[in-house]
Design a protein around this ligand. Sequence first.
Ligand code: AGP
Length: 606
Amino acid sequence: MCGIVGYKGKKDACGILIEALKRLEYRGYDSAGIAVWHEGKVEVARKKGKVDELRKVIADGSFTGKMGLAHTRWATHGTPSEHNAHPHKAGDVVVVHNGIIENYIELKERLRKEGHKFLSDTDTEVIPHLIASYLKKGMDFVDAVRSALKELKGSYALGIIRETDKMLIAARKESPLIIGVGAGEYFIASDAPAIINRTKRFIFLEDDDIAIFADGTVRLIDLEGKTVKREIHQVQWSDAMAEKGGFKHFMLKEIFEQPRAISDTLIGRVKEERGEVAFEELKLPDLAKVKKIWMVACGTSYHACMIGKYLFESVLHIPVETDIASEFRYREPILKKDDMLVLVSQSGETADTIAAMKEGKKRGVYTLSICNVLGSTLARDADGVIFTHAGPEIGVASTKAFTTQISVLFLLMLHIGERLGKLNKQDISRYINEIKQIPHKVQSILDMSGQIEEMARRYMVHRDFLYLGRGINYPAVLEGALKLKEISYIHAEAYAAGEMKHGPIALIDENMPVVFVSPHDHTYKKTCSNVEEVISRRGRVLIFTDDPLHEMADRVETFFVLPQTIYALQPILSVVPLQLLAYYIANFLGTDVDQPRNLAKSVTVE
Ligand code: AGP
């Protein structure tokens, strides 16, 4: 995710802003930029690459001034490059932005007709142009910003200045932004670590808040211009705590970021009223000719592929073959010219997945990557790419990347279904309506994290776990078991519940916790029988279900109720408590959760 910082006070803004950007470097970014106001002029510099590169550009000392903005960009729209880096300027308005503007294409077209010229490929650039167009109509700065914000769909955290004004304006909607209150000075930041060394007094902006910094004070208003009041909080965070947003580990922070990550992944792609899913600039092959789709990846991303198979086969009846990337090219897969090869990867740099893409290309099939990192090898080199908008994932154990990968596969299934005439507009609207509710449902599970923590306390003493699920939840239990073994070093195995009788049942005794995902779908009765079989062997059963009246509820040790959703979306909900269970167990055991032994975030060797 991008980072925003801003300063207005009595000191040299440039040094403060560069230092603040450096403090955000741990989050990952691909370009950086700065704007400093001085006596009616704003100097802007942008650079692809590291903050140190930007620092070289401004080393001549020309960036003096006591007010300014700076930004590190993690590309979502447009490649990582200087012209796409922030700040963006239109007329005399300068803007830095985090988030995604959903309706930027419509706004851009309208503004172009008014004579505005765009210099970047970003969604952000429409914001300064929109503000400039209101200023041209005679509005003052604050009203122009308010009017522009009212037109934006999507999410934003913004820092805005203009040459002919001494004011700094900040605003937020669904993207974090805080104000740091110093002695006669103010800071803005998307993340506390940027400024925690400068102040520990923060105002946490809420959605639709606008902060106006002028004449040595800050005034908060809403989109209608009415004054709003927010408290100043004194925090006691250390640097390390601030980096993690107050969470103990990045993994926990990332688990809790999932509602927003999923929303961001949907933004701009789902058009519920039109019954459409659109992917910007994605050119798929002639889908009528595609007889088989291959989905290939490693680890967690492979589990997402398995879910993709259930989705495409159960809804569209298109055959999907999944493969672990390290196996794919060594087993002579029978790829046909018109097949489609989907590569799923958080990092976009996993060596085996890249090798699978190369194999596909060599065999002349269309390759489509689903990646989280813009500019990564898989994103660059595949024939098509769809990005998950999870933001940087720092914890080695993948969490928000997984749920956003499933979200993308679901959207891709709808998109292909529509193009092939297998789903009509009403079907798609119905599915879109379901996925749009998922972020709230994930949030409601996160709100019950205390229950999972208690569960973890009870089960952390065990050295072996079994995870069982059926249908589309089979990959979800594979993922739950992977999470537990990765970060707690506890042995965990997952099986399709029907396989239990074919071997794993021999392991069950009173020392074996058995985690079931058992929703009330067409697999319900069969899974109830499996639960029965475990109970009769004195296994310790935990059930995660969407059915509060589950018939085994009173017979098992631990029972957790999930929100209901359609079959196709169940794994997004069922995996969240499994991520939390793994996390809390590992945390109690005191392992290095974010950097577990022997593991790397990106596996760049085959
Ligand atoms: C999952 O928690 C692991 N970090 C690992 O299995 C990971 O999913 C795998 O290495 C693939 O990485 P990628 O998504 O970046 O390609």
